[in-house]
Design a protein around this ligand. Structure first.
Ligand code: NDP
Length: 338
């Protein structure tokens, strides 16, 4: 039996990655797309070979579909997610799950109660590079991890210089856009949870409306590991990377904070340097494969709703820290979901 998907949002990310990822599944089918504009819905459906186009959530949820992929602007995820859960559809939701972690908890609690599969589209933990780093650390090959550094400052492509840099009410800003990914990738690679964060943000010339387009954070993890992250929309030439330094070795990854299965990971220890081999499967295709397996009750989505709460609670704490000038405790309050 195939999994029939409805796309909530005629978005760039769906067009660039997720439509292909769904269609790459042997049992994946896209039945319908919803846009708030009927004209855009029609055009999007035509361009992407989707059989039906609708312009209301009710019409989409009333269609013959099993699951929805939500990739609208961030302020809409909560209402659309809750409606989809109520309609009994499995939900793959884009990050950030909502504008606040309290709202994200509402959605994840509703999904649990309704026994539907709920995933957060944190693609990076599906990258072969990050999985290789996680396995190397878990196998003890760098000894005890001490510190991590995330380089995730990019140049926001011109076609995406819209709501992200202009609309605070839509959940714009680099922290909700990129710091959430750092939170998830750090948690996944280190196998550890953050407890505290301190952040400086800036507006370096691209974002308006009081939004930040650059952020540097310092994180403390449960094990005592400290980490730093740099996220930005305005650096054209920075490149991305991720390093983890331990008592017996260092992992140095270049060009890995990206949507494509590219980059390199170097392990440096007393015995020298070694390039790690890792699989180059498309990140989103792997994410969808796990989601389909979860629908068949075989495991969980690559990143769960709880993971999405963790990343949003971290971003929220970073924003609070940047306002108050003080370190802020990160508490996803997962206990309140039960
Ligand atoms: P887009 O700006 O492309 O799309 C968001 C919404 O904007 C769409 O739902 C659409 O509304 C509206 N829109 C799109 N194009 C137009 C247009 N030409 N004119 C008017 N409105 C338009 O956003 P992204 O695809 O970049 O991001 C969507 C979501 O996905 C966000 O939550 C973001 O955080 C997340 N994301 C996640 C990534 C990941 O790797 N996990 C990567 C990129 C984004 P409507 O549907 O009503 O037509």
């Amino acid at each position: 039996m195939s999994v029939r998907w409805g796309l909530i949002g005629a978005s760039t990310i769906a067009k660039q990655f997720m439509i292909n990822a769904i269609r790459a599944q042997a049992d994946g089918e896209i039945a319908v797309v919803m846009s708030s504009s009927p004209e855009r819905a029609d055009a999007y459906a035509r361009e992407n070979g989707i059989p039906a186009a609708v312009s209301t959530l009710d019409a989409l949820l009333g269609s013959d579909i099993d699951a929805v992929y939500i990739s609208t602007t961030n302020e809409l995820h909560l209402e659309q997610g809750l409606a989809a859960i109520k309609a009994g559809k499995h939900v793959m939701c884009e990050k950030p799950l909502a504008l606040t972690s309290a709202d994200a908890r509402k959605m994840v609690a509703a999904a649990r109660k309704a026994s539907i599969v709920f995933g957060t589209n944190h693609h990076l933990r599906n990258a072969g590079a990050h999985r290789a780093m996680r396995e190397t650390i878990a196998a003890g090959r760098i000894g005890r991890p001490i510190a991590a550094r995330v380089f995730h400052s990019v140049y926001l492509p011109e076609n995406l210089q819209g709501w992200r840099i202009a609309r605070p009410e839509a959940g714009g800003g680099v922290v909700l856009d990129i710091t959430v990914h750092d939170a998830d990738t750090l948690r996944f690679v280190l196998g550890d949870d953050p407890v505290e964060i301190s952040a400086f943000t800036q507006s370096a010339g691209m974002a308006g409306g009081g939004l930040e387009d650059g952020a540097m954070c310092i994180w403390r993890f449960q094990s005592g590991v400290i980490a730093q992250s740099h996220d930005g929309f305005t650096t054209k030439f920075a490149g991305t990377g991720f390093e983890v330094h331990g008592t017996e070795g260092s992992l140095i990854a270049a060009n890995v904070m990206t949507q494509k299965p590219v980059g390199s990971v170097l392990l440096r220890t007393a015995s020298g340097e070694q390039e790690l081999n890792f699989d180059r499967e498309d990140l989103y295709t792997r994410s969808l494969r796990q989601f389909h397996a979860a629908i068949r009750s075989e495991g969980q989505p690559a990143a769960t709703g709880e993971d999405g709460i963790w990343s949003l609670a971290s971003a929220e704490a970073a924003l609070q820290s940047s306002k108050t000038g003080k370190a802020v405790i990160i508490d996803p309050q997962l206990g309140s979901l039960a």
